[in-house]
Design a protein. Structure first.
Length: 278
């Protein structure tokens, strides 16, 4: 079922890669099994790639470039576009903006933000959702999510300011060990010079104010210094560009930051909770 669906929904880059790989293979007079041996994959994997039952993985694209690329760089250049096509449709447009952003300010209420997730946490989260996804689709989404982390080391550097609810840290996803590693990773990220991580405490509302009570948001500044806000809920998304609406949400985000623990106290809490998972 999933493989048949892939053939219908495969993006244009996946189709181009499949057609080109097949033509180059036939020009060499190789069977799918023979190409697979050169690539380090099975003949079945090559067949799945060529028929679009399973679009090429990042590792396969690297191998295809070495074996069939002939120095043209076609398969190498296809890698970011294949990754993009693996994202859910409602996220694809935002992912392009995210990778180019100069400032990102996400606020999360339920789970760790995708940029900060470990592979194990992402796999448990994606694999445990509903409706259940085929195993290969889970792996595709995990791979695509991990690829987003390139933003942390991109030049020019991006400023990333994360605020997350304390409940996110206390909500066990996968297992206590998965959560321990996730929180240690968060702590590691928080020590980066271009990253700040703040925790909005559970007792935030005791004062009668809780600026984050309307849910998650991602405030972004583009290279052209335009500000945007991305909202996502229940598989649906909304990109807000209207300056007055963006301004109101950016002000709300600033208020959320002011109500959160400072960076030192947030890091201490994350490390304390990580220790509790041992």
């Amino acid at each position: 079922m999933a493989r048949a669906e892939n053939k219908v929904t495969a993006g244009p880059t996946a189709q181009m890669v499949a057609n080109l790989a097949r033509k180059l293979r036939l020009r060499k007079g190789w069977t799918q099994e023979q190409l697979g041996k050169h690539l380090g994959f099975s003949g079945a994997a090559v067949s799945a790639m060529e028929t679009l039952a399973q679009p090429a993985s990042d590792d396969m694209l690297v191998a295809l470039e070495k074996v069939l690329g002939e120095g043209l760089g076609v398969f190498e250049e296809a890698r970011p576009f294949i990754r993009l096509e693996k994202y859910p449709a409602q996220f694809q447009g935002y992912s392009v903006l995210e990778q180019k952003a100069v400032v990102l300010r996400p606020y999360e209420t339920f789970v760790v933000h995708g940029l900060f997730q470990t592979e194990e946490y992402a796999r448990a989260l994606i694999g445990g959702g509903y409706p259940p996804l085929p195993e290969q689709r889970v792996e595709d989404l995990v791979e695509a999510r991990m690829a987003r982390k390139a933003l942390f080391d991109r030049e020019p550097v991006a400023l990333i300011e994360l605020v997350l609810e304390e409940s996110v840290l206390r909500r066990i996803i996968g297992s206590p060990e998965v959560m321990r590693k996730q929180m240690l990773h968060l702590a590691e990220c928080a020590r980066r010079r271009n990253v700040t991580v703040q925790v909005l405490p559970l007792d935030c509302g005791l004062s009668g104010e809780h600026a984050g009570d309307r849910g998650t948001m991602n405030v972004m500044e583009t290279p052209a210094h335009d500000r945007l806000v991305f909202l996502e809920v229940e598989g649906e998304s909304l990109l807000i560009t209207d300056p007055s609406k963006v301004s109101k949400l950016a002000q709300r985000y600033a208020k959320i930051q002011s109500q959160a623990l400072d960076t030192r106290a947030s890091l201490n809490l994350i490390e304390e909770l990580a220790g509790d998972q041992r």
